[in-house]
Ligand binder design. Sequence first.
Ligand code: ZN
Length: 322
Amino acid sequence: MGAQSLDISRRRFVASAGLAATAVCLVPHRLFGDEESLVIAARKSGETANITVQALRGNVSALIGSGGNIAVLPGNDGKFVIDSGYLTSREKIMAALTNLGPDPIKHLVNTHWHFDHTDGNEWMHSAGATITAHENTRKHLSTSTRVEDWNFTFPASPAGAIPTEVFNADKTLRLNGATIAVKYYGSAHTDGDVSAYFTEADVLHTGDTWWNGYYPFIDYSTGGSLNGMIKAAETNLAMVTDKTVVIPGHGPVGGKAEMTEYRNTLATIRDRIVALKREGKSINEIMAAKPTAAYDAKWGKGFVNGEFFTKLVYKGLGKDPA
Ligand SMILES: [Zn+2]
């Protein structure tokens, strides 16, 4: 697909981006109270989510709108899929996949263990998919796992949802005539994040190491790290050129310019909060100083608003795993 048609599909996406943003905004902003966990609200949002299919390059498409963004490469080896969305969107995801061709789903890679990227694992496995992921992703899906900042404890996933092909470093797949380089980040958004790069098409799916236009969540309960998240953003920038088409974990498809802005936003906010802490300010005083204020209109519209992101950054200072 040429640059012109890519531009057209980007425009088409912009027209529907409001729908995806609406789904994100259904999730409550208050995350530290006793009210319903955002996990339950997010899963509910999957019932009414609209799935937008965006054709990229080299026959790779992005499905946007149900939880984490999904990438698909159909072909003779069966569909290769990255992430499985909410279970509550199963029918819509299945319909979108069927529209991309008759091949069965044969290969699923999870970018990490979070529910909005893996809730569909079980049905995709019953449809024929072998599930591949980092070994830490399998570990978290295999046991009861609590995410403190979501106020939610996930039970162990059903057997069919658990990855059976695991790795602990980088991995290269060859499917449907494409080379797919799977990269492991160490401690970043979780301790099991991977990206997948379609080498010939020059299309990268970053998983949740990049959130395009949203403050990211950092999951300290399962090995995430603030500096690891910023380092992952820098690693991603080093992997792309101005021509690379990049599917983020959340938000619209973008590229190097948006990834650069994201990295700089994270680093600037971290540095501000570090400076306030060095002045001896408490978390309450730092919150009152609103260190994210200049960024909130653009980045705080998702489920991580400026207040929550400030708490997350503060919590992550000086707590890097070795
Ligand atoms: Zn995630």
